[in-house]
Structures are given as structure tokens and as C-alpha cells.
Ligand binder design. Sequence first.
Ligand code: ADP
Length: 479
Amino acid sequence: MISQVQSRSIFSRLFTYFTVFTVVIMICLWLFQILFLQTFYQQMKIRELYSVADTIQDGYGKESLFATISNLTLRSDMYIQIVIGNTVLYTSTVQNPADRMNMFANSYDYDTLKRKVLKAEDHTVVTQQTMNRTRDEDVMIYASLLDESSESDSTYLFIYTPLTAVGTTIEILAKLLVLVTILAIGIGVIMSLIISRRLSRPLHRLTESAVRLGQGNFDVHFDGSGYAETEELAATLNYAEYEISKSDRLQKDIVANVSHDLKTPLTMVKSYAEMIRDLSGDVPEKRNKHLQVIISEADRLNDLVNDLTSLSKMQANVDTLDVETVDLASLAGESADSFSVHAEQDGFTFEVVTEGNTEVPADPGKIRQVFANLIGNAVRYSSTEEDSDRTVLIRVTEQPETVRCEVIDHGQGIPAGDLDQIWDRYYRSSSNHSRTSSGTGLGLAIVKQILLLHQAAYGVESIEQEGSTFWFELKKENE
Ligand code: ADP
């Protein structure tokens, strides 16, 4: 069952974000361009007036003053006058028709302005005035005292600058902004549509594949091409799909293998029991032979059930370790000794080589099982032919931080392609599909679980027809 989607689509989200973004930008534009434009403009003019006045004040008394002033007038739309008492010492004429200058100058009451300058704390006055004598035109006037002698012949600096009427500009801007707002929202819709389509396409593809996977189709391939993130998601899903299909295959294999493994010995037990009943019951020699078969088949069943139980316990993490200080060299020796029956019967020799201090904290019972499984395999997968090398070398060596144990055989080896899988339950290398007499297919899975519980590194190196080296390294110090 796929749960009902509650969240909003990528499109509606993107569209909301775009709209909010557009609205915020537009509000800012409206505020700055329309509401504050006038104030900005005035502030700017005042700053300009002050900076021009500063330059003139700096140049006052120097020869270059007039050149500086005409230069300033050229650069900015300002009309400058320097007045001593009632005499105009300088008035800018460059570029400015004299009548305009006069219009500014005459329209203001000089004396009032002069008085204001004198009264002002810093002897500076900036004021705005509408020149309504001829036509409405706003002028910003800056007046300051350049040189204070007596009241009648102090030197004053007057700077006039016309203020452009921003009203019309604001009207034009307002109309333009309406257009821009509509355009921006339109573009927002189109962008949201395009982006959401592009974003959702790989997601839809992934969802479709996931639905098919959910229906049990393990052949699906997740394709997230388009974006790094979706590609990463697709790669993860493909990996998950691979793992799920692997465990599904394993599950099926386990059921098939367990039932096969149970059936074979049971059939044997049943048929040998029938043989004893019908044929050999009275012939002690035959009967004992048949009974021996029943006993070893029962043993095999027992092994299988034990292996299954301990593996599932360990995998479910209910099995804990009884850790104590263990000498791996003596464990290896004991394990090799218990295989000595093989040594005598089938010509196997077990060599144990140890080096350094081989004591580690570990669960002795479980590590013994690891050795037993590895040595058992070394025996099982070595040829018993006359001229074959049947030496199994068990090497236990001290490393800087670990103790390394190796079980080396010269048997049939493992194909390179199988090396990763042999640690899985019931995996049998491609060169070994026959059921050997005592293998349960769980040996290495148990070894792996035990070593994982010990947080030990493990691995295998193998060359086909030359032999295999199974190794593990237990840490000297418990973490
Ligand atoms: P099995 O009961 O089949 O031995 P294991 O889990 O112990 O199960 O081993 C899994 C498979 O790994 C074996 O079937 C075999 O193909 C391969 N294998 C394990 N040990 C060796 C070895 N020493 N030499 C060659 N093949 C090995």
C-alpha cells in the first residue's frame, strides 16, 4: 500500500517561492524608487552641496580658487556665489546663463539668509525653496560663512542647485513597475513550471521503478540521470535493489538447501532402518554397518541444526561473547590436533607456526569454532589424490596491533568471481556444487558472524588449483 501524498508538489512550492521572491523585490523597488526617491535625491544633493562647499572652503584664500570653482560648476549643476558684505566677489557664469543665476540669487532674501548663517551654530544653512516667480522650480540653497570679519563685510558662500522635479519620474517609474511586476510574476510561473518539470521527471522515473520493485520485480533499474542528487539516489536504490534481490535469492536458496539437507539424511535414515528391519536385523555385522550409517546421518542432521541455530542467534545479535584472554597459538594447536584423524587416514599433515605473543581478548569457544570451520574447509576442499599436497599450514603471528591467524591449504582454490560471496549463507563456489559429505554451507557464514562480533578483520586470498589462505586478525587491546 502506498500512502497518500500529503505534501505539496514541487511546482506549487516553487511557484510560491518565486511569487514571494518577486513580491519582496517589487515591494523593495516600490519603496525605494517611489516612496523614498524624493528623500534620496534631496539627501544626495545636500551631500553634494557639502562636498562642493568643503572644496571651496579649502581653496579659499588660494590663487587657484576661481579656477576650482569654475571647474566645480562645470562638473555639477551648481551656481556659486561668493559675497563680501554686499559686494558679489564671484559668481559662476560658466555654462550657466547669467539670468538663471540671477533668478536664483534674486529670488531669495539675502539678508534673512545671512542672518540665519550667523545665527547657526556651525555658520552653515541648507534650505530648500520654490522659485515660483517665473515657474515652479525647487532650489536647494547652501549658505555659509567663509570669513568672519565684521557683520557688514563678512565673506559668504552661496551655492544654489536646482532640484529636478522627481514627481514625473515617479509617475513613469510607477507605470513601469506595474509592468515589471506583471512580467516578473509571469516569468516566475514559467520558470516554476520548467524547473518543477525538470526536477520531477527523474523523481517520477525513480518512483515508477520503486513501485515495480515493491511489486517484486527485481529486474528494475533506477535511472536518476539529470541531477547529481537524483543520480546518487538512483545509485543507492540500485544498490538496495541488488541487496534485496540477493537476500531474496538467498532466502529461496536457504529454504531449498535446508529442505534438501534435511531430506537426504532423513531418507538415508529411513532406508537404512528399513534395511535393518527387513534384511540385516539378524546379521550383526551388516546391522552394525547400517546402524553406523544411521548414526552418522543423524550426526549430520545434528550438525546442520546446530549450525543453523548458532548462525541465526548470532545474526539476531542475541549471542554475546564470553571474552577472556586467549592464546591463539594454543587454540590453533588444539584445533589442528582434533583434525589429526584426517592426518592419519587421508594423508593430511597440519603444521602450526607461531610467532611472538599471541594472546588476545576473545571468546575461546567461538574462535575454536572459527579454526575448526576453516581447517575443516581446508581439508574438505583439498584433493585426496596420492600426489597432491595435503599440508595445511596454520600460522599465528603477532602484528603491531593485532594477532594474525592464517589457515593455508593447497587445495582446489576458489574462482576470483566467488571470493566475495563465499561468506554468504549457503553460497557454494561455482566449482563446488556437489554436496560434500559433511559441508552444511554455513561454515563461512558462521566464521564471518563470529569475527564480526569480535570486530576482527578477515579475508581470503585464493588461486584456483593452487590453494587458499583464509585469514583473520584479532585486536590485542579491547576497545
Ligand atoms: P561448505 O559447507 O560448503 O563448506 P562454507 O560456508 O564453509 O560451506 O564454504 C562456502 C564455500 O566456500 C564452499 O562451498 C566452497 O566452495 C568455498 N570454500 C570454503 N573454503 C574453501 C577452501 N579452503 N578451499 C576452496 N574452497 C573453499
